[in-house]
Design a protein around this ligand. Structure first.
Ligand code: PMP
Length: 407
């Protein structure tokens, strides 16, 4: 995008789209581009259905409301959760996590466990609550060599101090590790006799990496529309187990019971504010796209690109790849560093000289870097893949890393 173009106030209107031939390897930040059907749905949503659903009984408001219900259902279908779950809609995964952590009403005697892969959507939110409430936060143990969860040690820790709640990311946004969520769920529920809450952060996995809610009914599963669901920004939420009572954390209008100053109980009380109908339509469209394309095909494609890239990166001298040991346990995201380079410098060179978009730094995940020991590099360079990436792009990327390394 040329600088002189974007200096004009309405540059986006006056110019033909400037799609530079960028190789986009930052799909963990947000998947890009989106499926064509999403653009169509959002254009329709913005033109003809940007109506305040749930606040009026006229025809268009009813249609908008119907689309929200369709989205809720499609989300549950993704994980076979129609029986036990309900979908709560929020503007993002971060807001969803704030709602859950705030709504848990933790107290000083509570014990919260987190995986070392947690994002700041979990960590900062917990830390903020901890300062007010005084509960303890403990990390789940990792095997340092494999960068995978040590389940035996975890079970031992739980038996000594049973968890009130366990927060676990499904797929790490730093290493691409697919955490053993079924086992973590089973051990937590066994030791706490069903009382311990298990909260899954599926921002990087929902829609693509299988979750079977009928077998593993988490208390809450957080999703982000714009990541693995290939949907738009501005929409997220969580699937909440019907028996999991959460207090309202945010307050505001819900379109119901307006004279009452207290928030309504149940799902209504978790959804204050006007719903983002164009984004909901966009997410519905991307859910249709995932079904048509096949979630398993998308999973296989992303995993194939990941393996292809890890294999090639590992051959370059001076490149250190941070990845879980077992290839079956990783997808979509690779972190690495380069000897004698700060990671931000590499990201800049890739952008300036090769038109390759990657992310560098600590990726909003504060705990995992003490295992990676990457601070001397300023964190890691992260590449992350999506359906629209190709093996050819991976080859160009790896060749550019080799070139940079050879000076
Ligand atoms: N959890 C994980 C694992 C993430 O990677 C992210 C986004 N990087 C989030 C939560 C927060 O998502 P959002 O910024 O869309 O609210």
């Amino acid at each position: 995008m040329k600088k002189e173009i974007i200096e004009k106030e309405t540059w986006w209107f006056q110019q033909e789209p400037q799609t530079a031939p960028v190789i986009y390897l930052d799909n963990a930040a947000t998947t890009y581009p989106k499926p064509e059907i999403l653009y169509r749905a959002m254009d329709y949503g913005n033109r003809y259905l940007a109506i305040n659903a749930g606040r009026g009984s006229y025809y268009l408001a009813q249609i908008a409301l119907q689309e929200i219900e369709i989205m809720r259902k499609k989300i549950l279908q993704q994980i076979h959760g129609e029986e036990a779950g309900e979908t709560v809609v929020t503007p993002s995964a971060t807001i969803a996590m704030n709602q859950i952590i705030g709504g848990l009403m933790l107290t000083q005697k509570d014990k919260v466990y987190v995986s070392p892969f947690e994002h700041n959507a979990v960590m900062r939110t917990l830390y903020k609550e901890q300062k007010q409430k005084g509960f303890t936060i403990e990390e789940l143990p990792l095997v340092a060599d494999t960068l995978e969860v040590d389940l035996d040690k975890m079970e031992y820790m739980f038996s000594k101090q049973p968890p009130t709640a366990v927060f676990v990311t499904h797929v790490s946004n730093v290493t691409g590790y697919i955490l053993p969520i079924k086992e973590i769920f089973a051990i937590t529920k066994k030791i706490t006799k069903g009382e311990g809450r298990v909260i899954l952060d599926a921002a990087q996995s929902f829609g693509i990496v299988p979750i079977d809610y009928s077998q593993t009914p988490f208390d809450a599963i957080v999703f982000a529309g714009h990541k693995s669901l290939y949907g738009p920004m501005g929409i997220g939420g969580f699937v909440k187990h019907k028996d999991f009572q959460l207090d309202s954390f945010l307050a505001g209008g819900t379109g119901s019971n307006s004279l009452n100053l207290s928030m309504p109980k149940g799902k209504d009380g978790l959804e204050p504010g006007s719903p983002n109908i164009p984004a909901i339509l966009g997410l519905c469209a991307s859910l249709v796209w995932i079904k048509d394309e096949g979630a398993d095909n998308i999973f296989t494609h992303e995993q194939k690109l990941t393996e292809c890239c890890i294999r090639q990166l590992k051959k370059i001298e001076g490149v250190k790849v941070y990845t879980p040991a077992n290839p079956d346990n990783r997808i979509g995201v690779i972190s690495f560093s380069m000897e004698n380079y700060n990671v931000n410098e590499v990201a800049q060179i890739l952008d300036d000289e090769y038109d390759i978009a990657v992310r560098a730094g600590y990726h909003c995940a504060p705990l995992i870097h003490s295992y990676l020991q990457d601070k001397e590099y300023g964190g890691t360079i992260r590449v992350s893949f999506g359906w629209f990436n190709t093996e050819e792009e991976i080859k160009i990327f790896v060749d550019s890393i080799r070139e940079i390394m050879e000076g």
